[in-house]
Design a protein around this ligand. Structure first.
Ligand SMILES: [Zn+2]
Length: 761
């Protein structure tokens, strides 16, 4: 009946044709963030409701009162009266109050209204979900909330044109990266760090380049030498002169930042980072050693940070000093050391199995760090990794099902903030889903994760949702069944937790998913993109190891799966980033990987020394390059393989490429070096074999490394060879005067072959 009435009314009074069922009002002189909230509500409601009907508690038209309006004053909901970041959505008759505390609350109220009541979602910088225009009938509203975590930050790369807005729409209050006002005042401003940075600041405060020559004593004493710099050394934290210098720098920065913030009209930073450089070379001078002995490395570091924090608080009592519990500082202190009340300890999660829950046995080490650190620090932040850093970023692992455990455990152990590293959206596995959960759980870690996942699946994949969800469960089940371990630097072989059988099943699910959305261009593209990780893995696994001495049977059905996977990658992978800004590098990266996945490798004949032996043969295309500045894959006519990984020795400041040359084996899962052998000089000119002196039982998850810099690596985690015994040989050529006094060549190390030789019976 109602629609009949409307129709008659409209026919009778054409001027009402344009009548809206809602109005949006703000204060007379809106603040920048209020203007944004009004604009966002205006734009999205036009798309969501348009000329259809919005009603609240049976009343229409509805008037939104956004920001510090008269209604907010009457309701005692002015931004100055509410806690920072608290948001309020309340209906009073035919009016809806939208406001919040501090500078961000009003935006959070607007975005919550759009998300929770209008079903609008922001998946990424390039994708959102707005339901088709339709009427919306709401019951009376009185809801409020405040994010559970004080500090919510996700570091992202390859960002879109209006990337900061994606962060704010999802209620992040810092947006990765550096700088004073990453989030502008129009978007509510940041809860952020002061200059020079949010991490690894030792060398930024006291650069080795500047002070190393005149004050070597400021820097860490390692093996009898004072070393410094971001990747090389640390500071000598017990040097009194250094402490004073550090303090004066930090006080200067705080003062400057406050002045800049005032000029910009934004909030000044609240946190200053006093954190170790990105390496493990702690000072071993007598005083530092004595402190480490008594308090642990972290306690020794805390003594320094606490002193700075104490001095800073005399002038700036509202400033926090933060530090990194990273590498040797991850274990908590002993001997009575603890963080001062204005110190934030940022515990880094470098040890977990990302594919497992924090409550599973694999993650006990990190869980123990977390639960014990809370006894030594009132303020705890976490630096966590959703990304994996090897060249297999994007291979599948279903961490999403375990985010609930993670966030609840953090929350219950005094964690106030989390910094996620979640880079490479074009590569990463199910990036949009994980980003969605990361942001939602920041606000309330007790939400039902499966419900959130279902919501995402439904809106994002539509008719394909059930198959995609089944795929995610299938890989999580396989991980549990096959003891999969995905560290932050996982080797490709770690993904053998998915057996060929599992992969075949998953590929079938994707066939169904694609069929379900065949007529929906947008969702079909999403399914294809979601499939990329599995397709890359399928191709990788289809390329068998070269085992000399035995003829191999090819697995024909799996080869067929791989050739379909390769075809999909070649044909559609690039289209995902077609509209991205600065996508040139990405497209090149895709092309490079495709070439590698397709490489039909010619097997090189066995060398004479190995004529009657059985061995696994690895060529330079199999090696990992961990120093792209110094290492290059080059053609070399002198090598029987025709190619070599060449190291430019003079590139290295630390002389790790000088003699002696090293070969070793590292057990990644147990963080243990199994063997390390050095060679004082080359055997002779040209390629020669260098062998480890005994048979090695390869770890389940590990690699062979070459050079003292460990920058050429061979992943040996493939289940075909892991946990078996081998002799390890490497074919290496040295050139240049560093190695042969009479040589006029450049100083190079060439590695053209690594072989794992089965022991003689
Ligand atoms: Zn020292």
């Amino acid at each position: 009946m109602r629609s009949t009435w409307s129709l008659i009314a409209l026919l009778g009074m054409p001027s009402l044709m344009m009548a809206q069922s809602y109005f949006i009002k703000g204060p007379e002189a809106p603040k920048p963030q209020e203007k944004t909230a009004i604009q966002e509500m205006t734009d999205y409601l036009a798309r969501r409701i348009g000329d259809k009907t919005l009603s609240i508690g049976g009343k229409t038209p509805v008037t939104f009162q956004i920001g510090d309006t008269e209604l907010a004053r009457e309701q005692k909901c002015l931004s100055s009266e509410l806690e920072d970041e608290r948001w309020v959505i309340r209906s009073i008759g035919d009016q809806i109050l939208i406001n919040g505390g501090g500078t961000r609350g009003v935006l959070y109220a607007a975005y919550h209204f759009l998300e929770d009541f209008c079903d609008i979602h922001w998946w990424s910088d390039y994708e959102e979900y707005v339901p088709e225009t339709s009427s919306l009938t709401l019951d009376t509203l009185n809801v409020t909330g405040k994010p559970a975590f004080l500090y919510r930050d996700i570091y992202r790369t390859h960002r879109g044109p209006d990337s900061v807005r994606t962060a704010v729409r999802n209620r992040l209050n810092r947006d990765g990266g550096e700088g004073l006002a990453l989030i502008s005042t129009e978007l509510g401003g940041s809860f952020t760090y002061g200059s020079p940075s949010h991490a690894h600041t030792f060398d930024r405060y006291i650069p080795f380049e500047k002070f190393g020559k005149d004050h070597p004593e400021f820097f860490s004493l390692v093996k009898g030498k004072r070393i410094g710099g971001q990747t090389q050394g640390q500071l000598c934290l017990t040097n009194p002169e250094l402490k004073q210098l550090f303090l004066s720098q930090i006080l200067k920065n705080i003062k400057q930042d406050k002045e800049i913030a005032e000029k910009k009209g934004c909030l000044p930073p609240r946190i200053y980072e006093v954190s170790m450089n990105d390496n493990r070379n702690i000072c071993t001078c007598e005083q530092c050693n004595a402190e480490v002995e008594k308090y642990n490395p972290s306690g020794h570091y805390l003594n320094f940070v606490n002193w700075i924090a104490g001095e800073v608080s005399k002038t700036y009592p509202d400033i926090y000093i933060s530090m990194l519990a990273y590498f040797y500082n991850e274990p908590p202190p002993k001997g009575g050391a603890r963080a001062a009340d204005n110190v934030i300890v940022k515990l880094c999660d470098t040890r977990t199995n990302q594919a497992a829950s924090i409550l599973e046995k694999d993650n006990k080490v990190f869980l123990d760090f977390l639960t014990s650190w809370k006894n030594y620090a009132k303020n705890l932040f976490i630096w966590d990794y959703a990304i994996i850093y090897t060249n297999v970023t994007g291979y599948p692992f279903a961490s999403e099902f375990h985010y609930g455990d993670l966030y609840r455990t953090y929350y219950e152990n005094n964690v106030m903030g989390i910094f996620w590293e979640h880079e490479r959206p074009h590569l990463a596995d199910f990036y949009e889903l994980k980003f969605f959960l990361e942001t939602k759980l920041f606000e309330d870690p007790y939400q039902d994760v499966n419900k959130l996942i279902n919501l995402f699946m439904d809106r994002y994949y539509g008719a394909a949702a059930e198959y995609i969800l089944a795929y995610r469960h299938a890989i999580d089940d396989a991980r549990k069944k096959n003891d999969g371990f995905i560290s932050w630097f996982p080797p490709a072989a770690a993904f053998h937790y998915l057996t060929k059988n599992d992969i075949a099943k998953c590929q079938l699910l994707f066939d169904k998913a694609e069929a379900a959305v065949a007529d929906d261009k947008v969702r079909f593209a999403r399914v294809r993109h979601g499939r990329v990780g599995l397709d890359r893995l399928t191709c990788y696994i289809a390329n068998p190891l070269i085992h000399q001495g035995i003829t191999q049977n090819e697995d024909q059905p799996f080869k067929k799966l791989a050739s379909s996977a390769f075809k999909r990658l070649a044909e559609t992978r690039a289209s995902w980033v077609e509209n991205w800004i600065n996508n040139k590098g990405i497209l090149q990266q895709f092309a490079n990987e495709l070439a590698m996945l397709s490489s039909e490798i010619d097997v090189i004949p066995a060398p004479p020394e190995l004529k009657d032996r059985q061995f696994y043969d690895f060529y330079p295309t199999h090696f990992q390059n961990h120093d792209t500045n110094a290492l290059k894959l080059v053609d070399d006519a002198e090598s029987p393989v025709g190619k070599a990984m060449r190291t430019e020795v003079d590139q290295s400041i630390m002389k790790y490429y000088d003699l002696p040359f090293a070969i070793g084996v590292y057990d990644q899962r147990n963080t243990k070096t199994l063997i390390s052998t050095t060679f004082e000089k080359p055997a002779a000119k040209g390629y020669n074999w260098y062998k480890l002196p005994r048979i090695i039982h390869l770890p389940k998850d590990g690699y062979v490394y070459l050079t003292r810099a460990w920058t050429t690596k061979l992943d040996v985690s493939n289940p075909e060879i892991a946990e078996k015994d081998f002799e390890i040989w490497a074919s290496v050529k040295f050139t240049g005067p560093k190695f042969f006094a009479d040589s006029t060549d450049k100083n190079y190390i060439y590695i053209d072959r690594i072989v794992l030789v089965e022991p003689q019976k």
